[in-house]
Design a protein around this ligand. Structure first.
Ligand SMILES: Nc1ncnc2c1ncn2[C@@H]1O[C@H](COP(=O)(O)OP(=O)(O)OP(=O)(O)O)[C@@H](O)[C@H]1O
Length: 237
């Protein structure tokens, strides 16, 4: 097994046609390895969410190639009809809002994911409780999302994203709704997960204070993706 978690080659994405054509990406290529926490930054409308959704097999590219782990999933077309299965097995999503289901308790919100993958109720509960302990919110297992703070709900949402043991976590502005201390906590937690669980994390962020906590920056520039190391000059976005 190689270290590769995501490889994208010559990815093109257009929306619409003719006069209403919007070119979002035109030849993006990059790779992210297991264990890396990578920030994805670009101005509003440059295509960050669209790129995450293509890697997550939600949005179909116009052309190009995508590998998830060593498996090629897209080569000018999806290579499987079961994109939903790939998504369920390989990817964990985290969003700006936590999107926990309000009428299920925290434990039930998390067990939903392994249960959808055919894991037994008992085993799902065990996985969920381990994750809640890992995130220090085991005492909230039987609470409803409305009874948790913003930071606790976001930790529960990260636990949910991990419940299917994904190789890849795609996080779209996961700290946008949090204050600066909780934002740092969440990003440090994502880094810890990347290392301890050997997962690749791509995190969209507009918050430059989060960049020093990441391993690398991917920027969308001129409809392509460029990678840079964290340094002082990257701090101006
Ligand atoms: N379904 C769609 N149909 C047409 N155009 C779309 C669609 N989805 C996104 N776009 C366009 O694609 C471009 C990229 O959008 P995207 O949401 O990926 O940008 P972003 O970098 O995530 O922006 P933000 O930082 O504001 O969230 C924008 O110009 C947007 O208007």
């Amino acid at each position: 097994m190689s270290k590769q978690a995501i490889k994208v080659e010559n990815l093109v994405k257009n929306f619409g046609k003719g006069d209403s054509l919007v070119e979002v990406l035109n030849g993006a290529s990059f790779r992210v390895d297991k264990g890396e926490l990578v920030a994805l930054v670009a101005p509003s409308g440059a295509g960050k969410t669209t790129l995450l959704m293509m890697i997550g097999c939600v949005e179909e590219p116009t052309s190009g190639k995508i590998w998830l782990g060593d498996e090629k999933v897209y080569d000018n077309k999806w290579l499987t009809k079961e994109t939903r299965k790939i998504r369920r097995e390989k990817i964990g999503f985290i969003f700006q809002a936590h999107y926990l289901i309000p009428f299920l308790n925290i434990l039930e919100n998390i067990t939903l994911v392994p249960q959808a993958n055919g894991v037994s109720d008992e085993e799902s509960k065990k996985i969920a409780m381990e994750l809640l302990e890992y995130f220090d919110i085991a005492d909230k297992a039987y609470s409803m999302p409305s009874q948790l703070s913003g930071g606790q709900n976001q930790r529960a949402a990260i636990a949910r994203a991990l419940a299917n043991k994904p190789q890849i976590i795609l996080a779209d502005e996961p700290t946008a709704a949090l204050d600066s201390k909780r934002s740092v906590d969440v990003v440090k937690m994502l880094k810890k997960i990347a290392i301890e669980q050997n997962v690749a994390v791509i995190m969209v962020t507009h918050d430059e204070a989060m960049l020093p906590l990441c391993d690398r920056i991917l920027k969308i520039e001129d409809k392509k993706v460029v990678s840079s190391k964290i340094s002082g000059e990257n701090m101006i976005l």
